[in-house]
Design a protein around this ligand. Structure first.
Ligand code: SF4
Ligand code: SF4
Length: 180
């Protein structure tokens, strides 16, 4: 991701607001030690909060750390400072998705797919993701795993069975965000 994603005053202000909520972090590391997904992250949650408070947003936004969060809330519950850590991760995901940040293509494709189909439809999900990535070599890299899934009966054909059933939930969530 280039720095231009947070070069504007409003973008900077949005990220500063997220960082402000983390200023009381005392770097005890409880969040990192408690996080079940830390092994999938580029760096630990503790380091992510520190980078945020130092204004080193590029390093955070270029990482997979916040994308690897499964919102289990363990860090939030255990933080001795009572910081809204999971909320900070949500805010980072929203920011990166809205600004087409690095690693956000899959997130956007996934949400769009679930919203449209009422469930994950694997082939259209990957088609949308790969179209957004514009990388033929990446597409070819997925062929072996695609064939394996097909043979195992794990690829569901496109269907309309659940189409739109989750739309009210997405609409309600958007309304809540608009009000907050
Ligand atoms: S648990 Fe809280 S205070 Fe400790 S490192 Fe994590 S965010 Fe900071
Ligand atoms: S909410 Fe996210 S960052 Fe916090 S412990 Fe759970 S997976 Fe880790």
């Amino acid at each position: 991701m280039s720095t231009e994603l947070h070069d504007s005053a409003s973008a900077r202000a949005e990220l500063d607001a997220i960082a402000d909520n983390l200023r009381a972090c005392m770097q005890c590391g409880t969040c990192s030690a408690s996080c079940p997904n830390v092994h999938f992250m580029d760096f630990t949650p503790r380091r992510m909060w520190r980078l945020m408070t130092l204004g080193r947003y590029d390093e955070v936004l270029n990482s997979k750390t916040f994308w690897s969060c499964s919102a289990c809330y363990t860090c939030t519950l255990r933080c001795p400072r009572g910081l809204p850590l999971t909320e900070a991760v949500y805010a980072l995901k929203r920011y990166a998705a809205g600004n087409k940040g690095k690693h956000s293509a899959f997130y956007r494709a996934f949400l769009d797919n679930v919203q449209r189909n009422g469930r994950v439809q694997e082939s259209t999900l990957m088609a949308r993701y790969l179209a957004e990535m514009r990388s033929p070599s990446k597409a070819l890299g997925f062929v072996p795993v695609g064939l394996k899934l097909l043979r195992a009966g794990k690829l569901h054909p496109p269907g309309s069975e659940y189409k739109g059933v989750l739309k009210p939930m997405f609409d309600a969530e958007r309304n809540m965000e608009d009000r907050s």
